[in-house]
Ligand binder design. Structure first.
Ligand SMILES: [Zn+2]
Length: 122
């Protein structure tokens, strides 16, 4: 369970601070923390690495990644784009069958720092 939270934390951190800080500037962070909908960090003494892959599924790269993860019995989180899932649903099914986490990386990967909070969410 901790692994999932670490992955979520990593994704949220990268997303919020690497894409124009759309959400963090709107000061919604504290609201998310209050509700528990998002976590920014966690205390642990373990050395943990979360493997995450964005923008898939991709018929070439995702399948290669899945083979490697299987070979080393490693788990990852795949942040998928809805449009790509529509094109390659079988790859996402393979990700799930192998026990990886599937997470939303928007439908069309259209990010803009100029989007309002409302436009970002919809
Ligand atoms: Zn991306």
């Amino acid at each position: 369970m901790k692994k999932i939270w670490i992955i979520v934390i990593l994704f949220i951190t990268i997303t919020l601070f690497d894409n124009g800080t759309v959400l963090s500037k709107s000061t919604k962070r504290f609201e998310f923390e209050k509700t528990g909908d998002a976590i920014w960090n966690a205390r642990t003494t373990k050395k943990i690495v979360a493997l995450t892959f964005d923008d898939g599924p991709d018929p070439l790269y995702t399948t290669q990644i899945l083979k490697l993860l299987k070979k080393y019995n490693a788990k990852a989180t795949f942040f998928v784009i809805g449009e790509h899932v529509g094109e390659y649903p079988e790859i996402v099914q393979d990700e799930a069958k192998q026990g990886h986490e599937i997470a939303n990386h928007t439908y069309s990967h259209h990010f803009s720092a100029n989007l309002s909070q409302e436009a970002f969410v919809t």
